[in-house]
Design a protein around this ligand. Structure first.
Ligand SMILES: Cc1ncc(C[n+]2csc(CCOP(=O)(O)OP(=O)(O)O)c2C)c(N)n1
Ligand SMILES: [Mg+2]
Length: 562
């Protein structure tokens, strides 16, 4: 008899790629894999989740954090469907990830057998690559290719379907070698041209984002910015690429960006974009630069050739990883003619944007987040999903240095809980704070059970305003007073946490937050702080009533072409 089953070969090849965790929900469709994982449970633990959306988010977050693909295992049709949100996030966020999906046996394919889906078609346009492994002897080839593809160019998710009979077939085949991302280095002439453009710049700005950053590349960016006196801005939810406490930090371009930074981008004469693909949110809805020919001289450095010139035709298109470009560029020949205080002025604008204000009600998130910023250690990891509650941490918390941000560029809700589970598994010694809205938390809050199961002392915070506040904000602006589908009746989240076995506390005033947080940190087990905020504190700047008034006034203005 041949030596190994398809399931065993698959697991051996994950080990060959040095996978450290597999996230998933089991299914009878891939029992042979689960059995092979049982044999190596110490080396490659299967982290059992409560929903495939949670598992896929965890795998995506693992990819974002480590640069190696996060691995998820899900069962046929229903499991694969539940996992979609994580796959879409990995695609939008350019995170390396591989999702293995159970598939009906090849003897039944194309009959719409029980839970059958053709994943190549289902995920054809969502994933970077979707394929099916029909022969066990080709598993090493598929797995190595999936790893390489997920990490290279613009990283992204790969979906591989596993027919049941393929997983039990026994064959003799050698494992694939360890693979790494394809390097992408700039041509010397392009680097010289970039140096010349920067040398002539009077209002330069560096904008960083995307994936494929390493610690070395972050350090190189800091040194480059210092030597050339360049201001550095971060793209939407890629704030941890540059230390916000650094005097050259200019702020982030995301939802509700600092108008002074927006003006700085518009007025820039040379824009050096490193790793960011210039997506809709970073560019304020494609309004910051002219499409397709920006007025600014644009040096666009991205490891994925397809991203260069996708929307904006750059003056210089350089297909390289940020690290390779920063290594190649000569800071001493890039000394620019711009005033040396350009970066300092940009940083002043950033500090002014963070200056404390207040919001109505007994809980003031301005104060709480500023306290967290001053209190959390330098290597803390902060996670969040989508919602107005996140704007406080994006604006006030100082990421970068060794502080990490796990947040969906895709704007997908429900990310904050599962990504925190992945973060704490990868970095058990670091403080992991999961920051959630009431709406966001209940999308994937069931993974609190996973945090309990693996004894992960994460601090979960739920900012409860009793609504899908972001949508309510848009509603009041466009349809004032018509509250449709945005009010929420919530559980007592602290009590819910206690039912899971976690520590659960309610925070009803600003003063209660700090001591409750200290108790949560000291608990040694998962903990949840249920923070009750005033419904009027809908945004960082405007109350619910003010938004409604503005909406009504706007309705009474003569409409164009009306
Ligand atoms: C998966 C998903 N579904 C729906 C949306 C649309 N959406 C964006 S923010 C938001 C409300 C978030 O509510 P909550 O977490 O309570 O945060 P809040 O805005 O109230 O602070 C919704 C429904 C989304 N971004 N992602
Ligand atoms: Mg809410």
């Amino acid at each position: 008899m041949a030596s190994r089953s398809g399931g065993e070969i698959l697991v051996a090849n994950l080990l060959a790629q040095r996978a450290t965790h597999a996230f998933g929900v089991p299914g009878e469709s891939y029992l042979a894999v689960l059995d092979a994982l049982y044999a190596v449970r110490e080396q490659l633990p299967f982290i059992v989740c409560r929903h495939e959306g949670g598992a896929a988010y965890m795998a995506e977050a693992y990819g974002k954090l480590t640069g190696r693909p996060g691995i998820a295992f899900v069962t046929r049709g229903p499991g694969a469907s539940n996992a979609a949100v994580g796959i879409h996030t990995a695609m939008q966020d350019a995170s390396p990830m591989i999702v293995f999906v159970g598939q009906v046996g090849t003897d039944m394919l194309d009959r719409q057998a029980f839970q059958e889906i053709d994943y190549r078609r289902m995920y054809g346009s969502v994933a970077k690559w979707a394929a099916q492994i029909d022969r066990a002897e080709r598993i090493p080839e598929y797995v190595a290719h999936a790893y390489r593809l997920a990490m290279s160019g613009r990283p992204g998710p790969v979906v591989l379907a596993l027919p049941e009979d393929m997983l039990t077939t026994r064959v003799d085949v050698a494992d694939a070698p360890f693979v790494e991302a394809i390097a992408a280095t700039p041509a010397a002439a392009d680097v010289k041209a970039a140096e010349a453009l920067l040398r002539d710049a009077r209002r330069p700005l560096v904008l960083v984002g995307g994936s494929r950053w390493t610690d070395e590349a972050r350090t190189a960016l800091r040194e480059f910015a210092e030597r050339c006196c360049l201001p550095v801005a971060c793209a939407f939810r890629h704030q941890d690429l540059f230390d916000h406490r650094h005097p050259n930090y200019a702020g982030d371009l995301g939802i509700g960006s600092n108008p002074a930074l927006v003006a700085r981008v518009r007025d820039a004469d040379v824009l050096l974009v490193l790793g960011e693909r210039l997506g809709e949110t970073t560019t304020s809805g494609y309004s910051l630069l002219n499409v397709p020919a920006p007025r600014q001289r644009l040096i666009h450095v991205h490891p994925g050739a397809d991203e260069l010139g996708r929307v904006y035709q750059p003056t210089l298109a350089i297909c390289a990883t940020p690290g390779a470009f920063l290594e190649a560029i000569d800071a001493s020949s890039t000394r620019t003619r711009h005033a040396t205080d350009v970066a300092a002025r940009a940083h002043d604008d950033y500090e002014r944007w963070r200056a404390p204000r207040s919001v109505p009600g007994r809980v003031d998130l301005w104060q709480i987040v500023r306290w967290l910023d001053e209190t959390l250690p330098d290597d803390a990891i902060l996670t969040n999903g989508a919602g107005n509650y996140a704007t406080w941490i994006h604006r006030l918390y100082r990421y970068g240095g060794t502080r990490r941000q796990l947040a969906p560029y895709s704007g997908s809700m429900g990310y904050g809980v599962p990504s925190a589970v992945a973060a704490k598994l990868v970095h058990p010694q670091r403080v992991v704070l999961s920051w959630n809205g009431d709406g966001c938390f209940l999308m994937n809050g069931q993974e609190l059970a996973t945090a309990m199961q693996y004894a992960l002392p994460i601090v979960f915070v739920v900012i409860d305003n009793g609504m899908y506040g972001t949508i309510r904000m848009h509603q009041e602006r466009h349809y004032p007073g018509h509250v449709s589908g945005t009010d929420l009746v919530n559980p007592d989240f602290a009590q819910l946490a206690r039912a899971y076995g976690a520590l659960g506390e309610t925070v009803a005033t600003t003063a209660e937050f700090a001591p409750a947080f200290e108790r949560a940190l000291a608990a040694g087990r998962p903990s949840l702080l249920h923070v009750l905020i005033d419904r009027q504190a809908l945004t960082m700047g405007a109350t619910l009533d003010a938004l409604r008034t503005q909406g009504i006034e706007h309705q009474h203005l003569p409409q164009p072409n009306a």
